[in-house]
Design a protein around this ligand. Structure first.
Ligand SMILES: C[S@@+](CC[C@H](N)C(=O)[O-])C[C@H]1O[C@@H](n2cnc3c(N)ncnc32)[C@H](O)[C@@H]1O
Length: 191
């Protein structure tokens, strides 16, 4: 795989630098959060953690913003309208992230796990930090597991199918489960 070259990645336009929470607050990052169901529920259930939730499409990010506005203040949620590759490359320091979430990423044009950029994800993860991946594509799930363990040196924490009766965490999870499709959830850790 080509090495990741951060110098080739431009800064996200119009985005303010990230003000890290204090050191004792765990920092989590969700990549491609869509219309934001998961981030809002997650920060309400985890008031002592901070979540950066990144979405790059204007339409989905606007729906996410409207959803945030309809809730009581969510001080531990940091919504970001940007390309996650640019934002993570420019604003996160090595070994500062506790949990990454990639929930139902688009498998095309290129899966996250096989991009040189994933080296930056691993670099910014703390030792003991985790990456959660959910997908409805079995090929993606199998290939991600291989890449995570063999290329990125991550160890499997849990590896399961999502039962159709589980409460969906995201907009896409709801869509896939309601169609009767299989969904997979993989958690890996940096050891
Ligand atoms: C299939 S949707 C899943 C959305 C949400 N996670 C869910 O499960 O409902 C994938 C999302 O990732 C976003 N996305 C893809 N590449 C991205 C990138 N480089 N930076 C930020 N968001 C990205 C897309 O715009 C889209 O909203």
């Amino acid at each position: 795989m080509r090495p990741f070259r951060s110098e080739n990645i431009s800064k996200p336009r119009g985005t303010l630098p990230f003000a890290y929470p204090s050191i004792e607050v765990p920092l989590d990052v969700e990549v491609g959060c869509g219309v934001g169901w998961h981030p809002i529920r997650y920060v309400r259930e985890n008031p002592k953690r901070t979540l950066v939730a990144i979405e790059h499409t204007r339409t989905r990010f606007s729906r996410f913003e409207r959803r945030i506005a309809s809730h009581d203040p969510l001080p531990n949620l940091h919504p970001v309208h940007a390309d996650a590759v640019k934002w993570i490359t420019h604003f996160l320091r090595p070994a500062t992230v506790d949990r990454y979430f990639f929930l139902y990423p688009n498998p095309r044009p290129k899966p996250w796990y096989s991009m040189p950029f994933f080296a930056r994800v691993v670099e910014t993860l703390k030792v003991g930090g985790t990456v959660t991946l959910a997908t409805n594509e079995s090929f993606y799930y199998v290939a991600a597991k291989n890449y995570f363990t063999r290329v990125w040196g991550l160890e499997i924490v849990s590896d399961r199918s999502i039962a159709p009766i589980e409460k969906p965490r995201t907009h896409f999870e709801k869509k896939y489960l309601s169609r009767g499709e299989s969904c997979f959830d993989l958690v890996v850790r940096k050891s």
